[in-house]
Design a protein around this ligand. Structure first.
Ligand SMILES: Cc1cc2nc3c(=O)[nH]c(=O)nc-3n(C[C@H](O)[C@H](O)[C@H](O)COP(=O)(O)OP(=O)(O)OC[C@H]3O[C@@H](n4cnc5c(N)ncnc54)[C@H](O)[C@@H]3O)c2cc1C
Length: 273
């Protein structure tokens, strides 16, 4: 799949797509990319040409760069029996802008919802396996009904070396987390809060950090900005150097907020569109 421009290189003329074994060209006055932060960047890089040797819309060299995702740790709190199937219903932003000891943003905390209902089984199986060791003889369902899960998430900061790049046809990701102290302080701070509210006084809070393979909150590979030499998109999500190309997904973020990104993506794309 690739985007092809007209002879001036300023307008996308056709979107080439492979369906089955056949290639098709789709023509449109406006072209909107919304493949998510990894695949939109990869598609622009793959759409290089003589007029766009670094990839389409990439005169700034920023396409694919500044890939960001939350550092996410799931903490399990032992609890009195619950249904295991309740919705996510508590959000905590008390640490969002830091605290007296650490005057920098630390992030956001929310409960996972019941462990039989939501994402811990899918995204942090190590947490429940630790719990299983602590409470031998319990089935996973029984464990889940005696636990409450918490997501503790901290943004990483934009770094141009964290990037999506192509190696031939293969998509490669270079990624090194940063802002680690802020996350560790948030996890520690929240564990202290849990201990202070604990009625059973177990003092044990199994936790597991979501690995890179959990690509749930990826943003930032086509950052927006006012300066075309340092950004890919303008404030309406239109590519600076291409007249009819918009990127309307998580790619536009210039930095990552502490909160989850979907509503911001939706809002920005609605405003831009
Ligand atoms: C388990 C899970 C739980 C989450 N929970 C929350 C939450 O509670 N709150 C929150 O704010 N966020 C949450 N997120 C994150 C949120 O879903 C993402 O941030 C958001 O969906 C990203 O939107 P996007 O448009 O950038 O990409 P996506 O939603 O990933 O959309 C990209 C689309 O492009 C398609 N695509 C990719 N490549 C191509 C191609 N070459 N051709 C055609 N189509 C293509 C994909 O199939 C996909 O449909 C969660 C994510 C996961 C995985």
């Amino acid at each position: 799949m690739a985007l092809h421009t007209n002879s001036s290189g300023q307008t996308v003329k056709a979107v080439e797509a492979k369906i089955g074994e056949a290639s098709f060209l789709f023509l449109s006055e406006i072209v909107v990319l919304a493949c998510g932060a990894i695949n939109s960047a990869a598609l622009l890089l793959r759409s290089d040409s003589e007029l766009h040797p670094q990839g389409l819309a990439n005169a700034s060299g920023q396409v694919g760069r500044n890939l960001m995702k939350h550092q996410m740790t799931a903490i399990v709190q032992r609890s009195s029996p619950n249904s295991g199937t309740f919705l996510r219903n508590v959000s905590v932003n008390d640490f969002y802008w830091g605290n007296d000891d650490f005057p920098y943003p630390m992030g956001h905390i929310e409960n996972t919802g019941g462990l039989l209902q939501d994402v811990i089984f899918a995204e942090s199986p190590p947490v429940l396996s630790i719990l299983a060791k602590l409470m031998p003889g319990f089935g996973l369902e029984q464990l889940a009904k005696r636990s409450i899960g918490w997501w503790v998430q901290t943004p990483i900061l934009p770094n141009p070396d964290n990037c999506v790049r192509l190696n031939g046809k293969k998509i490669c990701i270079d990624y090194q987390a940063n802002n680690i102290e802020a996350h560790e302080r948030l996890v520690y701070g929240w564990t202290e809060v849990l201990k202070a509210t604990e009625t059973q006084r177990s003092g044990v809070y199994p936790k597991g950090e979501a690995p890179m393979q959990v690509v749930a909150h990826l943003v930032g590979t086509c950052r927006m900005g006012l300066d075309p030499s340092t950004s890919v998109l303008d404030v309406n999500c239109k590519a600076h150097h291409v007249d009819n190309l918009y990127v309307v997904d998580g790619s536009f973020f210039p930095s990552l907020p502490g909160v989850s990104p979907a509503l911001t993506i939706h809002g920005q794309c609605t405003a831009g569109g």
